[in-house]
Design a protein around this ligand. Structure first.
Ligand SMILES: Nc1nc2c(c(=O)[nH]1)N[C@H]1C(S)=C(S)[C@@H](COP(=O)(O)OP(=O)(O)OC[C@H]3O[C@@H](n4cnc5c(=O)[nH]c(N)nc54)[C@H](O)[C@@H]3O)O[C@H]1N2
Ligand SMILES: Nc1nc2c(c(=O)[nH]1)N[C@H]1C(S)=C(S)[C@@H](COP(=O)(O)OP(=O)(O)OC[C@H]3O[C@@H](n4cnc5c(=O)[nH]c(N)nc54)[C@H](O)[C@@H]3O)O[C@H]1N2
Ligand code: SF4
Ligand SMILES: [Mo]
Length: 752
């Protein structure tokens, strides 16, 4: 029997609504759901392949526990949890709580269960060794927003549907579909901007598909966007085009002083962009009726990631485009979210080996290998890795590949036996997305239109198989010193009690004085996790407040509305969001203006002319874990080093020749693809390849393994303010090799 179900896609931040056809419970077809209130039928090739992810024969269906001889045994769930309990307890009893590190990868934000439970798990583990993909990605933006607005999760989002002018730096949304910016059908919306007469400018060392669509492409030298943006801000002051944002903002007058050394004419050489272009970019932004500047991975994972992220917002503010329709607006989740309780600051503790500051309760993933390898008090001896593929994702991942086997104990919550999980002591595989309920706890708050959508599981869980929520809840029990065999729902029950008690206790709460038990009795949902979601929906800005707001949201309403509920466009709301100590938006936080000296000191080396490596994402890849899906690999989706035709000629290489790419972190041998899409002096590798390692079970990926870009990157270099890794602007040497075997990779450090 065929049937169809709706579900939001978990593969990227665009959150497209899908219509899924099942035949005898197997997914036979995935289409965009034309009635979805947010995505209106859009989908990309990855979403169309979601059924292949579901039916991939390499997905683990039972837990694996390592045998003394090194292989894995498939075991029952109770036995696997007992092994975790024993393993983690042995480490904490001997070495203390900080000896257990936790790493959370990117798919965390694409599930309902993980963002809700990982916070609790982190708290209960009580370790300072918390790591995540955030310090491989968005942390610079968080630090900038924390310092400017007081909330590290308050991200201004370009109002794409109403803007007249978009300046995009270091992002390729035509292929990535957007990031820190949840927009379904971003390609269509960028085209619509052009069609209504709006202007699109793309700053990127590579002429990407997004740049192909633009009115203007500015091929900047990698790692120099902070200088380019400073040149723009300088021009705005210099030519009297800067708008004083007024009383709610601190530091406008000071700003013009800070940008003094960065005139367009001063930075042009380092950026590789003519001064007249920089000045014109500034004038165009100032002249546009509305404009929005957006920067993503190419601006974030560089040595000056936090400065660049700050300057993107500075330009939006001093061109009068901050917190207004057509400019940038803060996102707004429809459910209750955690707000910070104290002004943002970093460095409440430091990493043991390199002394890097804590940010948002985390330490930089770039220093995890140091913490595992360096003996002494506080050494990391166990790792809990949830939805992460550290070996391919972290800078100098080959070093982690060598360090992980030295751990006393390692638990992975992951559906695959892959490059990282092959080092685990225990692997706990979550069920497929098809068997998991979904609501975008994180991404709903980054969405260009406010909306609420709930997807029930498309298919029932196999009997005896725990949901991802149950897996993590049992880990929470273990971390709380209880038995993993206890009741996992007790974790949610106690969290619901806490939330409701707080809601009735707040002096300004509309629910003040109500009985929490009475409110709890009204929650609906098929399990405790769903009831927890119901409480968050009901207490949120669009919630029904347990009946006070007649048309407000609750879970039952979302279940009755499978295509979702649109709650309208974003609105100006900085008054609600900004929570700095001064109560004003801080245009010139000291930590940032001080970092300008480091940038100024580096201006010369940035234009040294050595070859630098940048990363790229591919339309048919999902980071490191989709290459096992045959429909998403092969053809144009392969691993090769792009090189400018000019550099190819200089090195005497032509398409398909093999080259050795050597960086400070190590080297790879990879075929080249000369292209006129790259500016000279820049080479580009796709991120996420490097499969085919012994002990992994990714049969299709092993047939075309590619090489890992992170065999070349260097974990000793980070953006110091956020601890974020550097994946763009990595100095490398490239030389032709004769007759090397395909995809050879030594990962041997060049100099350490
Ligand atoms: N050189 C270079 N390195 C980079 C980047 C780059 O551009 N260049 N990009 C960086 C960025 S932006 C990011 S976000 C990081 C990503 O870093 P990671 O998140 O560590 O890596 P991913 O490749 O996303 O791997 C996700 C893992 O989660 C598993 N998984 C998939 N779905 C689920 C699920 O539902 N539940 C669970 N429990 N597990 C699941 C997959 O099998 C895989 O092992 O990589 C970073 N690394
Ligand atoms: N198809 C697909 N979509 C994805 C993913 C995927 O793997 N595949 N991954 C998801 C994840 S985890 C993320 S974080 C997002 C990332 O989303 P994006 O940031 O939009 O994606 P990237 O392709 O990494 O784009 C970075 C761009 O920066 C450019 N660049 C590199 N260095 C510099 C520089 O110094 N300055 C400037 N101005 N540009 C530079 C690169 O050429 C590239 O075009 O994508 C998400 N969506
Ligand atoms: S754009 Fe992203 S959310 Fe939409 S179908 Fe593709 S992978 Fe899924
Ligand atoms: Mo990412």
């Amino acid at each position: 029997m065929d049937r169809t179900a709706t579900r939001v896609c978990p593969l990227c931040e665009a959150t497209c609504g899908l219509s899924i056809t099942l035949s005898d419970e197997a997914v036979t077809r995935v289409r965009g759901n034309p009635d979805d209130v947010f995505s209106k039928g859009y989908l990309c090739p990855k979403g169309a392949s979601l059924g292949r992810f579901d039916s991939d024969p390499d997905r683990l269906s039972a837990p694996l526990v390592r045998r003394p001889d090194g292989g894995f045994d498939e075991v029952g769930w109770a036995e696997a949890f007992e092994a975790v309990e024993r393993g983690l307890r042995a480490v904490t009893e001997r070495h203390g709580r900080d000896a257990v590190a936790v790493y959370m990868g990117n798919p965390v934000i694409h599930t309902l269960a993980l963002p809700l439970y990982m916070l609790v798990l982190r708290e209960r583990l009580g370790t300072r060794n918390v790591y995540s993909s955030t310090t491989l990605d968005t942390m610079p933006k968080s630090v900038a927003c924390g310092l400017m607005y007081g909330d590290p999760l308050a991200f201004p989002l370009p109002d794409i549907d109403r803007t007249d002018h978009m300046l995009i730096l270091g992002a390729n949304p035509m292929e990535s579909n957007g990031s820190l910016w949840t927009v379904a059908d971003l390609p269509g919306r960028l085209k619509a901007l052009r069609a209504r007469g709006g202007r699109l400018v793309v700053v990127d060392p590579r002429r990407t598909r997004t740049a192909d669509l633009a009115d203007e492409h500015v091929p900047v030298r990698p790692g120099t966007d902070a200088l380019l943006l400073l040149g723009i801000v300088h021009t705005l002051f210099d030519e009297d085009l800067a708008t004083d944002p007024g009383a709610g903002f601190a530091g406008f007058a000071e700003l013009s002083g800070h940008v003094k050394p960065f005139a367009a004419e001063e930075v042009a050489g380092a950026c590789g962009v003519p001064a007249r272009t920089i000045r014109r970019l500034a004038r165009d932004l100032a002249a546009a009726p509305t404009a929005a500047v957006y920067g993503r991975l190419g601006t974030s994972t560089t040595e000056f990631g936090t400065l660049t992220s700050w300057l993107v917002d500075v330009v939006n503010i001093v061109t009068g485009n901050f917190d207004r329709p057509g400019g940038v607006l803060f996102g707004e989740a429809p459910h209750a979210t955690r707000r910070p309780t104290e002004p943002f600051r970093t460095g409440r503790w430091h990493s043991r080996v390199r002394g890097l500051p804590e940010v948002n309760g985390e330490l930089p993933t770039a220093t995890l290998a140091d913490e595992i390898e360096t003996p002494g008090e506080g050494q990391v001896r166990a790792l809990l890795c949830v939805a992460g593929n550290l070996v391919l994702a972290a800078p100098q991942g080959e070093r982690l590949d060598r360090a992980l086997p030295g751990l006393d104990f390692m638990v992975c919550v992951d559906p695959y036996l892959n490059e990282t999980t092959r080092h685990a002591s225990v692997i706990l595989p979550p069920p497929s997305a098809m068997e998991s309920p979904h609501y975008d706890v994180v991404l709903a708050g980054r969405s260009v239109r406010r909306n609420a959508r709930f997807s029930p599981p498309v298919r029932a869980l196999a009997p005896g198989r725990p949901s991802e929520a149950e897996i993590i809840a049992r880990l929470v029990l273990i971390a709380s010193g209880k038995s993993a065999a206890g009741d996992p729902q007790s974790v949610d029950e106690s969290l619901i009690d806490l939330t409701l008690r707080a809601a009735v206790g707040r002096p300004d709460s509309p629910l003040r004085g109500r009985d929490p038990a009475e409110l709890k009795a009204r929650l609906t949902g098929d399990n405790a996790l769903e009831r927890r979601l119901d409480s968050m929906l009901r207490l949120g800005p669009a919630g029904d407040l347990f009946g006070i707001r007649a048309d407000g949201l609750n879970l039952a309403l979302l279940k009755a509305t499978p295509n979702g509920i649109d709650l309208g466009p974003l609105r100006p709301r900085r008054g609600e969001v900004v929570m700095t100590a001064s109560g004003r938006v801080e245009l010139c936080p000291t930590a940032l203006t001080e970092d300008l000296h480091r940038l100024h000191g580096r201006m010369r080396d940035l234009s040294s002319g050595e070859l630098v490596l940048i990363s790229r994402r591919q339309l048919k890849s999902v980071n490191s874990w989709s290459h096992n899906i045959p429909t998403l690999s092969g053809g144009t989706n392969r691993c090769a080093l792009e090189i400018s035709t000019e550099d190819a000629e200089r090195l005497g290489v032509t398409a398909g020749d093999r080259v050795r790419v050597r960086g400070r972190g190590g080297e790879v041998v990879v075929p080249v693809e000369p292209t006129d899409r790259l500016r000279a002096g820049v080479v580009s590798l796709p991120y996420g390849w490097g499969h085919g390692r012994g002990g992994s079970r990714l049969s299709h990926a092993a047939t075309q393994p590619g090489v890992s870009m992170n065999a070349v990157t260097d974990s000793s270099v980070v953006d110091p303010l956020s601890g974020t890794a550097v994946f763009n602007g990595v100095p490398v040497r490239v030389e032709k090799v004769a007759g090397a075997a395909p995809g050879t990779e030594s990962g041997k450090p060049d100099s350490e």
